[in-house]
Ligand binder design. Structure first.
Ligand code: NDP
Length: 291
């Protein structure tokens, strides 16, 4: 079992120590701005979690919450304000945005130096080129899990299922980089992939970000493979007290019997994602020459 909770705690302890020593030396704490427009349930839960986690490590968090009716112009002005505030090191804009707002316009407005989610095309471009940049939190979390659990990726056949801009695509890019803890042979699959089961069953490391509860069953997995499950879902389950349970994109009970290592859901990638966002905020602070 790959324990994401434990790893997240390790990373957060490292960050908390660094922040405490900055404050001991009379410096300001790192400062993250979170922009949210509308009432998307998953976004609100995520923002609550950001607030809890930033507090835990001593990072300041300012929430800029707007109604879904906010105009694109007003939202762009809010981001401008954050960009121009030297006391703010990092900025994230919670997606999805209300339908009348052009997401790409908003993402492009964020100062790339504060773009701790790595959504801005400049940072995505750097990622493609293998240049130093913020790594998107979820793919970064997966790479941290592989590294800290000493799972060899060099030359291994890695199959990434999902090609979204926030998970599948950047994850595949990180795995294929010519760097230590990467150097994999990577296949990217998506909804048009033919013989998905056969392709997945050839993977030494199967990384799943498909957004479909328990889609990947034992037939998709090679005996002894490593399985990384990025998916996260709340599904109805009347046998539980709460009436629901949390699961991933992988059918954990059957796949875990067959593979060498697996990330659980919850307690896997998701826990580390938050720690990686905090890491990026600290990196933005350290690069902010105005301190
Ligand atoms: P998206 O819906 O944006 O992307 C899903 C991808 O899966 C698409 O590329 C899609 O293909 C592909 N796909 C869908 N159905 C199939 C299929 N039947 N066969 C093969 N490929 C398929 O999702 P995200 O990348 O944003 O998220 C994926 C999962 O990860 C979700 O469960 C989400 O909740 C979770 N998540 C978890 C995070 C964490 O920190 N743990 C953070 C972000 C997301 P196509 O491009 O052709 O449509």
């Amino acid at each position: 079992m790959i324990d994401g909770k434990l790893l997240a705690q390790e990373i957060k302890t490292e960050i908390a120590k660094t922040v405490a020593s900055l404050i001991d030396n009379g410096k300001n704490a790192p400062h993250l701005a979170v922009v949210i427009a509308g009432e998307d349930g998953a976004s609100l839960t995520y923002v609550e979690s950001i607030k809890r986690n930033t507090k835990e490590v001593g990072i300041l968090c300012s929430e800029y919450q707007f109604p879904a009716s906010i105009s694109e112009k007003e939202l762009l002005e809010a981001i401008d304000f954050i960009n121009n505030d030297d006391e703010i090191d990092g900025c994230i804009v919670q997606l999805p945005l209300p339908k009348h707002i052009d997401t790409q316009k908003v993402v492009r407005k964020i100062n790339p130096k504060k773009d701790v989610d790595c959504f801005h095309p400049e940072n995505m471009g750097k990622l493609v080129l293998g240049e130093d940049t913020f790594l998107p939190a979820t793919p970064h979390a997966v790479m941290e899990l592989l590294k800290r659990y000493e799972i060899e990726t060099a030359g291994r056949n890695c199959v990434v299922v999902g090609r979204s801009n926030i998970v599948g695509k950047p994850l595949a890019l990180l795995l294929v980089q010519n760097t230590p803890h990467a150097d994999a042979t990577v296949t990217i699959c998506h909804s048009k992939t033919q013989n998905l089961q056969k392709v997945c069953a050839q993977a030494d490391i199967l990384l799943v970000a498909i957004g479909k509860p328990e889609f990947i069953t034992a037939e998709y997995v090679k005996e002894g493979a490593v399985v990384i499950d990025v998916g996260i879902h709340r599904i109805e389950d009347k046998t539980t007290e709460k009436g629901y349970r949390i699961c991933g994109d992988v059918k954990f009970n059957e796949v875990s019997k067959k593979c060498k290592a697996i990330t659980p859901v919850p307690g896997g990638v998701g826990s580390v994602t938050m720690a990686c966002l905090l890491k990026n905020t600290l990196k933005a602070y350290q690069q902010n020459i105005d301190h």
